[in-house]
Ligand binder design. Structure first.
Ligand SMILES: Nc1nc2c(ncn2[C@@H]2O[C@H](COP(=O)(O)OP(=O)(O)OP(=O)(O)O)[C@@H](O)[C@H]2O)c(=O)[nH]1
Ligand SMILES: [Mg+2]
Length: 320
């Protein structure tokens, strides 16, 4: 606080001097008349604190209120065993979205993060009518095909199934039996040349062509090559089926090999047997694979569940 004592011939002059020296906001604390008729006035001025509240201040407060629970989200990602670089990407996007869109709700933020981070396809998207399923042995290829074929049958989509699996005894018989029950046409091709011809023929008659391949060990090049040749001739959608409960790092390594031979889409299987989905979150982000559906039961009748940013966010936040 600034204090000034002013002596002036009269009160009018004293006030003028106070105004000149301390400004309009000064207040008179005391005044006295001296014996000679002059006046002695004590005036004070509060220090200048900026207490104005403008739009920017308001925005800062809104932002502060909307800070999301970073620790909770980080713990969820750790629980699901998401690989570090994908986890960091999710956190960075979450912070950006929270700040830019004034959001504090973890579920809403995570949905928006997954909207940005992943692509989502429809398993029955007929713009890509030829769908080849690939994956490790027992990853759920034939089951996923039977489920997709069942959905297609319900929607009256003209569909056929082609098997290229001559590795596992009885593999064709199983799928052929499904095709028979569903009253769908079933074909078998033993090599890539046969597949090429069969697919070209099938395109004239069917809106959806589902191709099964033998389960392969991605660490054995000759096995990878076998399915790679099939993928090369169809030049359409290659779907990687993967057991959701796999070790995250193994899953990413395996998916990288399948992505190299053309896998563009991920179909997580055994979601019903798994609580942690870090492997599939990591695979889709690291290998740039879209999600096309998820398998949530061994039962063919239960079909395939659609996967989108909402279902992924729910799985991440509720299981952890
Ligand atoms: N609980 C559960 N079981 C599944 C799911 N998907 C597949 N299975 C089971 O997993 C086993 C293997 O599935 P298949 O569809 O035969 O796997 P595949 O990839 O065709 O196997 P190969 O042809 O031997 O390479 C079967 O017993 C299926 O019933 C699923 O989403 N949930
Ligand atoms: Mg099979």
């Amino acid at each position: 606080m600034k204090i000034k004592n002013i002596i002036a011939p009269n009160m009018t002059e004293a006030l003028a001097q106070i105004k000149a020296e301390l400004g309009e906001d000064a207040v008179i604390i005391s005044s006295e008349n001296a014996a000679d008729g002059s006046v002695m006035v004590t005036a004070a001025l509060e220090d200048d604190f900026d207490i104005s509240f403008d739009e920017q201040d308001e925005a800062n407060i809104v932002e502060a209120q909307n800070v999301f629970d970073e620790r909770c989200l980080r713990e969820c990602l750790e629980y699901h065993a998401v690989v570090q670089n994908v986890g960091e990407k999710v956190m960075a996007l979450a912070r950006q979205i929270s700040r830019e869109q004034n959001l504090s709700d973890n579920k809403k933020i995570l949905e928006k993060v997954f909207d940005k981070l992943y692509r989502y396809d429809d398993i029955l998207d007929l713009n890509q009518p030829v769908k080849l399923f690939m994956g490790t042995p027992g990853s759920g290829k034939s089951t996923a095909i039977a489920k997709a074929a069942t959905q297609a049958k319900f929607k009256k989509i003209p569909t056929c199934i082609i098997s290229t699996d001559n590795v596992r005894a009885g593999a064709n018989k199983q799928l052929e039996a499904f095709a028979k029950i569903l009253e769908l046409d079933f074909y078998f091709c033993k090599d890539e040349r046969g597949l090429f011809q069969q697919v070209n023929e099938a395109k004239k008659r069917y809106a959806l062509i589902l191709i099964d391949t033998p389960g392969i060990n991605p660490f054995i090049p000759s096995e990878v090559d076998r399915v790679g040749k099939f993928a090369e001739v169809i030049k359409n959608q290659a779907i990687l089926t993967m057991d959701t409960g796999r070790n995250t790092f193994e899953a990413v390594e395996i998916a990288e090999i399948f992505a190299e031979i053309g896998a563009s889409c991920l179909l997580p299987t055994r979601l019903d047997l798994t609580r942690r989905i870090g492997a599939v979150l990591s695979v889709a982000a690291c290998c740039g694979l879209s999600f096309c559906a998820g398998s949530v039961s061994s039962s063919i009748a239960n079909g395939l569940a659609p996967i989108d940013s909402k279902s992924l966010a729910k799985l991440v936040l509720t299981e952890a």
